[in-house]
Design a protein around this ligand. Structure first.
Ligand SMILES: [Mn+2]
Length: 430
């Protein structure tokens, strides 16, 4: 792996934290992701299943974890299955985990690590002792499930073979655990953020009238890759001028014009963890009076929203409160009328014309990380805070986004080091 080794204590603890959430006599099966195809014999870069990674640290395809904490025989309480390597695989694909290495990565004793072709034989000694079988599905609220995952195929195969076992959903338990970041996860997210910081400082010295958005993307990639990152956490948005009003603009194909503001929604990946940053900077190094007014309005909303990310607060209420702050800023900018706002339909507030997305989402192994929005905010949760104002008639879109760790007493801005104030941005560009 490109990233530095992670102490296996994290994965040992994650498995231990799952156990009290299971019903009595439960067995859990978690599968790796597939290597996704492109065309012909082409494949995408492998991306591990985040739940499997969270419970094992194994970053390799064709891996399966089985947990059965109450199995009478201790050697069946944690079992890992790996792809068995061969000379052919060594020559064509390179090194795969040995059992000893798997123990090092996961903390599962190597006598409980098997090759995948032994699965049925070992699993047969486990499954009939279990009452409840927890299997994994993608329960992300925004997932468009078009592809059948390895987990989904496994559920079908399991049902065929063991039709009378009671199936349970693992996903809500994983969402519950993963929402609260463990102390060892914070430095991994922080590393992704620090790499993003380096990248942004580099871009501030590079952006000027005439550069193309894709040239900025190339600079970004250079900085990420030389810092042990696999690359971007998500498809980057590098959107100058009117492009910034297209919320998911990813073409990055236009030339940056003198007088435009460019919106950069870019985050690095590190060790499967993600940063999610947005900055909006003037292409020529100086905001116009109007651009600066909109910039400072977004920044004030961001600062007020950040104050509200604290233990005990509820997601929906938080978003309503941020909406009110945004409303008054939009009135101040002359974009909304005070009387019309007073008479608006509360279910369709007028501010949505200029700020049409949410302010925050969970962040972690997924960029839009798993977590339940009806759960009160708690120490250990990591959120983005990302207000924006998009004025299509002015070809101006400004969004600012930081990543915030909730603590017992409030929160820590994990992006506090990344330039944010307009004066600082301008100084660094000139
Ligand atoms: Mn975001």
């Amino acid at each position: 792996m490109r990233y530095l080794p992670i102490e296996n204590q994290l994965f040992v603890q994650n498995r231990q934290r799952l156990l009290p959430l299971l019903k009595p006599k439960s067995l859990v099966v978690v599968n790796a992701n597939d290597i996704m195809p492109t065309n012909a014999d082409g494949t995408m870069v492998f991306r591990q299943n985040n739940d499997l990674f969270y419970l094992t640290g194994v970053d390799q395809e064709e891996t399966r974890l089985v947990l059965f904490p109450e199995h009478p025989d201790p050697k069946f309480r944690e079992v890992l299955f790996l792809r068995e390597t061969s000379e052919l695989i060594e020559i064509w694909e390179g090194h795969k985990l040995t059992k000893a290495e798997a123990e090092q990565v996961t903390g599962i004793p190597q006598k409980q690590v098997y090759w995948m072709h032994q699965f049925e034989q070992i699993f047969g000694q486990m499954v009939f002792e279990a009452e409840h079988i927890y299997l994994n599905t993608n329960e992300h609220t925004r997932a468009g499930v078009e592809v059948e995952t390895r987990d989904a195929r496994y559920i079908d195969a399991f049902r065929q073979k063991y039709p009378l076992h009671r199936l349970e959903r693992l996903a809500p338990l994983m969402h519950y655990l993963r929402a609260i970041k463990q102390p060892q996860e914070i430095p991994l997210i922080q590393t992704a953020i620090d790499i993003t910081d380096k990248m942004f400082r580099r871009l501030l010295g590079f952006i000027k009238p005439g550069v193309w958005e894709y040239e900025i993307e190339a600079e970004m990639m250079h900085e990420f890759l030389r810092n042990r990152s696999r690359g971007t956490a998500y498809t980057p948005i590098i959107a100058s001028g009117a492009n910034a009003c297209v919320l998911h603009y990813i073409d990055n194909s236009q030339q940056c014009q003198d007088g435009d503001v460019i919106l950069l929604d870019i985050g690095a990946e590190y060790a499967n963890y993600n940063a999610d940053m947005t900055r909006s900077v003037p292409v020529n190094g100086r905001f116009t009076t109007r651009q600066r007014a909109v910039y400072d309005a977004v920044l004030r909303v961001m600062k007020e929203a950040t104050q509200m990310l604290r233990p005990g607060n509820l997601w929906d209420e938080y978003h309503r409160e941020v909406g009110k702050v945004m409303e008054s800023e939009l009135i101040g900018l002359g974009l909304l009328d005070r009387t019309e706002v007073a008479n608006q339909d509360p279910d369709a507030p007028l501010y949505k014309k200029y700020f049409m997305h949410g302010t925050s989402h969970f962040l972690g192994l997924d960029v839009h990380d798993v977590g339940n929005k009806y759960r009160k905010m708690e120490a250990g949760m990591v959120f983005t805070v990302e207000p924006g104002i998009y004025i299509r008639e002015e070809k101006l879109g400004i969004r600012l986004e930081n990543n915030v760790l909730i603590t017992e007493s409030g929160n820590i801005d994990m992006m506090a080091n990344i330039p944010l104030e307009a004066d600082e941005i301008e100084a660094m560009m000139n």
